[in-house]
Design a protein around this ligand. Structure first.
Ligand SMILES: NC(=O)c1ccc[n+]([C@@H]2O[C@H](COP(=O)([O-])OP(=O)(O)OC[C@H]3O[C@@H](n4cnc5c(N)ncnc54)[C@H](OP(=O)(O)O)[C@@H]3O)[C@@H](O)[C@H]2O)c1
Length: 323
């Protein structure tokens, strides 16, 4: 099968298109024919090994000390079940599925195998595979941080920093679904996008500093990584929650002692993916796709995501040439 081989940590050039052996499912696994995957900010951080301070060693231990343990990068997938192992009960050949390979990686390829119990569920039926792959990264992060950790409530005031990225575009839509009043922070060229997704107010970070406008929010989600609890002090309500999703070990340790600071890593589960599918099918969340690249140009997609200025998601489309 065609796949992207990830030979070492470094610049996008470490990613090469190769012919690798097609995997075979174990008895509890399904073989997925991948139609679309993605390149996320997380994938690029891992490739270049730009990891928040203090997490270098634990992350290397998981993903490979001297070089990547998993030969193929990528996490988000949308595709269909090609075959199932003997003991598989939840899926059958032909099922259309979406999900994440998580720390196992392997998404930027024509095929992958996953346990039937992994974060894999039925794909939303009203969108393409490309759109399904696009909603996963931001969707799972925002469900974890806004719904599960901050327990977002109707009529709360929510501020999203980095509103035009994958996490930001999903956060605006999910916060609006929960009945919150959302303010998004983005640059001038993204104001229209952020408003169209449901932000009631938009702050242009090139012109205004939100910490000086005297507004107070119940939840502040920083998806950029340039905010601190000190900076947000005046802007956060007394019982307010500050979500810092892109921060080093020290702040993570501080968040254990401070109940109003939320850090950590978003998890993945069938429940979250099902919830995301329901939101997509109900029209509460739509995919925001900036660019789509063919599998062969995955390194190019990494180069673009590395700029830090994508809007929503970057998708990898996988074409299967029938022989
Ligand atoms: N902890 C976790 O579990 C977890 C989960 C998911 C993601 N993350 C992390 O969260 C971060 C965000 O992920 P993402 O996928 O949303 O990233 P992304 O899509 O790459 O973010 C790019 C967006 O950020 C905007 N941006 C850049 N500088 C900004 C600034 N100073 N103020 C406001 N917006 C700014 C850009 O807009 P302009 O072009 O207009 O500047 C662009 O639209 C990444 O570092 C990722 O690794 C962590």
């Amino acid at each position: 099968m065609k796949a992207i081989a990830w030979i070492k940590y470094g610049a996008p050039e470490v990613l090469e298109l190769r012919e690798l052996e097609k995997p075979t499912p174990n008895s509890d696994e399904v073989l997925i024919k991948i139609h679309a995957s993605s390149v996320t900010a997380g994938d690029c951080r891992l490739r270049a090994f730009k990891i928040p301070m203090g997490f270098w060693l634990p992350t290397r231990l998981v993903f490979g000390l001297t070089k990547p343990r998993n030969q193929i990068p990528g996490m988000d997938i949308s595709g269909e079940i090609e075959s199932v192992g003997k003991a598989v009960k939840l899926f059958k050949k032909g099922d259309k599925v979406y999900g994440t390979t998580g720390m196992k990686l392997g998404a930027n390829a024509e095929y992958t195998c996953l346990s039937e119990n992994s974060a894999l569920v039925k794909k939303p039926n009203n969108i393409t595979h490309e759109q399904a792959a696009a909603v996963i990264f931001g969707g799972l992060a925002t469900i974890h941080f806004l719904r599960d950790k901050a327990n977002i409530q109707k009529d709360q005031k929510v501020l999203v920093n980095g509103a035009s990225g994958a996490v930001g575009t999903a956060s605006i839509q999910l916060a609006k679904y929960f009945g919150a009043e959302v303010t998004g922070i983005c640059s001038t060229s993204n104001i229209e996008l952020v408003e169209s997704l449901g932000a009631k107010k938009v702050i242009d970070y090139t012109k205004e500093d939100f910490t000086k406008n005297k507004e107070v929010y119940d939840v502040i989600l920083d998806a950029v990584g340039n905010l601190s609890s000190l900076q947000c002090k005046e802007s956060l309500a007394k019982q307010g929650k500050l979500i810092l999703i892109n921060t080093g070990l020290l702040t993570n340790l501080l968040s254990i002692a401070r109940k109003n600071i939320i850090c950590g890593v978003a998890g993945e589960s069938k429940e979250s993916l099902d919830f995301l599918r329901e939101r997509v099918e109900a029209g509460d969340i739509e995919a925001v796709i900036d660019r789509t690249y063919p599998l062969e140009q995955t390194a190019e997609a990494h180069r673009y995501v590395d700029t830090g200025h994508k809007k929503g998601s970057v998708v990898i489309s996988v074409e299967h040439k029938e022989i």
